[in-house]
Design a protein around this ligand. Structure first.
Ligand code: ADP
Length: 633
């Protein structure tokens, strides 16, 4: 029942006729009835809106004409149908005028005629409701307007019923905003005087006070002697179209402002003709400042491009675009372009997209990177110089260390021979001095070794000789080597080692060096009678070693620094035990060379726990065979 959502009101003084008339249409249309015109008006006044009113031409108290007039004041778009005896139809036509009534139906109608009539009336109503345009027709006689007829959509567009505008010609003018009235009047004058006119656009204030944009298109009709006798026109509400136009304009301004603020030239280019042609479809205004060419010199022509690129650069840019299009990846081209006869370096970044015509559109940016490039080059040079300086420094340290090692070795030999009595007997005073000299030489040798290791690590010249070994074995051996020194400070060294060997593929001497350094520091920084604990833990694919002491701890602020070369933050150790500040940095580098990590957890007054992890040894098939062969041979 498609017509149900719009109501139809049947009006008659006789309830019986009313029910007989409407009975057959009740299932097809949403029909209500009113006995007498008064009841019909009441229904409208109670806010019930009817799309169509069908009324007997004669109703008590008020004729159909008066009833329609009243209804129109409340519901201007309602469509009216009159049913009457044949005789009355003629009379009604004379009284009412055909404009007011949509259709006349004789009382003895057959059902199909009424159904057709009601459907047409509902359609007409629908066109008027929510319509954004209406048509009009102006009858003209001797250059003077005789009558204007506006279609139903007039109410929807202007908020005024067509009838109201027809009765009040001032209203039709006054609803036009004052600034457009003169233009509108001139337009009409030109039409009536027979001139050709195009569409006009103006603004009106609708009945509800809102301001709308209208466009009026008019076609004049002439009689056989060329006089204008009628004008047919179409009035459209173009407010949303204007609004879209305004928004488009705003968005274009926003786009231009944004693009001109971007530090570079924004462009769009098209790679055409199988990659043989590049054409710029858009380039931002900044090309004037950055490339010294105006937009129109570059956009749309191949010659424009030749202004920016020389042959070689253009070819390399073209190749970069082709490559980028074939991989559908961003293009990053760098090259030299001539700007005002001076070479400048540019970077062009662009992203491709296919446009479905075997062409590729690139949206991108052009940057002048001359200054950046210069700075980069200076940085690279400075870096090279620094590296060279550091290499020379390392070479120097290494040469000096080697030069010192040989005499130290000779002194140590002489001293141990002297202490062994090779040069004759020595008294206790001399022995004590020789012992002191021997300890000092040992310390000096350690320092020289540290210097050498550090410079080798820095120069990435440290070679590791790795083989599988149990981490517990290294930890136990190194811990044992400290028992004597620890005893002197009444320190206890405890090892917590799991029974199952945790195998690691490491350079045993270097791993011992790391542990010696960490346990040595723990002993060095611990006060008397403390405990040093050494843990070896299994961590899935890694082995962890931790050395925990009860020493002074380290400030949070210093923790980040102590793994750097020559950094010493706790200078409270015993006389003669001073270090170089190289031990931890060497330990860190060595652990990292073993693909591990080293760190410390510490708080002042709560001791320190230095830990490191290295990957577990994973035996491959080849290796296990190789190891088997070795053990057999
Ligand atoms: P060195 O021991 O020769 O001074 P290291 O590189 O081994 O150099 O250590 C750097 C610094 O880290 C030490 O000077 C000390 O300040 C701090 N440090 C290292 N180990 C400990 C520790 N166990 N307890 C407290 N401070 C430590």
């Amino acid at each position: 029942m498609p017509e149900k959502e719009m109501k139809i009101l049947f009006v008659d003084d006789n309830p019986q006729i009313l029910s007989e008339t409407t009975r057959n249409f009740m299932t097809l249309f949403d029909i209500e009835t009113a006995v007498g015109s008064q009841k019909a008006l009441e229904a409208f006044k109670q806010n019930v809106s009817f799309a169509v009113v069908v009324s007997d031409v004669k109703t008590a108290g008020m004729n159909a004409y008066q009833l329609f007039d009243e209804i129109r004041k409340i519901s201007p778009n309602t469509v009216f149908i009159i049913y009457a005896d044949f005789d009355d139809i003629d009379k009604a036509l004379v009284t009412l005028g055909s404009d007011d009534v949509f259709r006349f139906v004789p009382k003895e109608f057959d059902n199909s005629l009424m159904v057709q009539c009601l459907s047409d009336a509902l359609n007409y109503y629908r066109q008027g409701e929510g319509s954004t345009s209406y048509t009009y027709s102006i009858a003209i006689e001797k250059g003077r307007v005789q009558k204007i007829h506006r279609s139903n959509g007039c109410y929807s567009v202007t908020g005024y019923p067509a009838r109201q505008l027809e009765n009040d010609s001032n209203l039709a003018i006054n609803m036009i905003l004052p600034e457009y009235r003169k233009m509108h009047a001139g337009h009409l004058t030109r039409i009536f005087s027979g001139q050709e006119v195009g569409p006009i656009e103006f603004r009106i204030t609708r009945a509800d006070g809102s301001v709308r944009w209208l466009r009026d298109i008019v076609i004049p009709h002439r009689n056989h002697v060329g006089e204008i006798i009628r004008c047919d026109g179409l009035v459209e509400d173009i407010t949303s179209f204007k609004e879209i136009g305004r928004k488009l304009c705003e968005s274009e301004i926003r786009f231009e402002t944004m693009v001109s603020n971007i530090p570079g030239v924004v462009f769009q280019c098209i790679l055409k003709e199988n990659g043989n042609k590049i054409e710029f479809a858009y380039i931002s205004q900044s090309c004037v400042d950055i490339l010294n060419y105006s937009q129109h010199e570059i956009i749309g022509s191949q010659e424009g491009l030749c202004k920016i690129f020389d042959d070689a650069s253009l070819e390399s840019f073209r190749q970069a675009l082709i490559h980028s299009a074939s991989e559908m990846k961003s293009c990053n081209w760098q090259g030299v372009l001539l700007v005002q006869a001076r070479e400048r370096r540019f970077q062009i970044l662009a992203k491709p997209r296919a446009n479905g015509k075997e062409e590729y559109i690139f949206d991108g940016l052009i940057f002048d990177i001359t200054v950046r490039r210069r700075t980069e080059m200076e940085l690279i040079r400075a870096n090279q110089e620094l590296r060279e300086n550091s290499r020379l420094q390392n070479e120097f340290v290494s040469t000096v260390s080697h030069e010192l090692r040989t005499p130290l070795f000779i002194f140590k030999n002489i001293i141990s021979n002297a202490m062994a009595g090779v040069f004759g007997s020595i008294n206790s005073k001399l022995r004590k001095n020789l012992e002191m000299a021997d300890t000092t030489i040992d310390r000096l040798s350690r320092i020289i070794s540290d210097f050498l290791d550090s410079s080798r690590l820095e120069a990435r010249a440290m070679n590791l000789y790795c083989r599988p070994v149990s981490m517990q074995e290294i930890a136990a051996e190194t811990a044992a080597s400290f028992i004597g020194v620890a005893k002197l400070k009444k320190l206890k060294i405890e090892t917590m080692l799991p029974n199952e060997p945790l195998m690691v593929n490491v350079d045993r001497d270097r791993m011992t060096q790391v542990l010696t350094n960490l346990i040595g520091n723990a002993v060095k920084f611990s006060s008397q009678e403390g405990v040093i604990k050494i843990f070896v833990n299994d961590h899935l694919s890694e082995v962890e070693v931790a050395i925990q002491d009860e020493g002074p701890g380290i400030d949070q602020a210093d923790i980040g620094k102590i793994f750097s070369r020559f950094v010493q933050v706790n200078k409270i150790y015993d006389k003669g035990q001073g270090g170089t500040g190289l031990g931890l940095s060497i330990a860190k580098e060595l652990i990292e060379l073993h693909k591990g990590r080293i760190w410390v957890d510490s708080k002042p007054g709560q001791g320190s726990c230095f830990s490191f992890i290295v990957p577990k040894y994973v035996e491959t098939e080849d290796e296990s065979q190789r190891l088997e062969c070795l053990s057999k041979s």
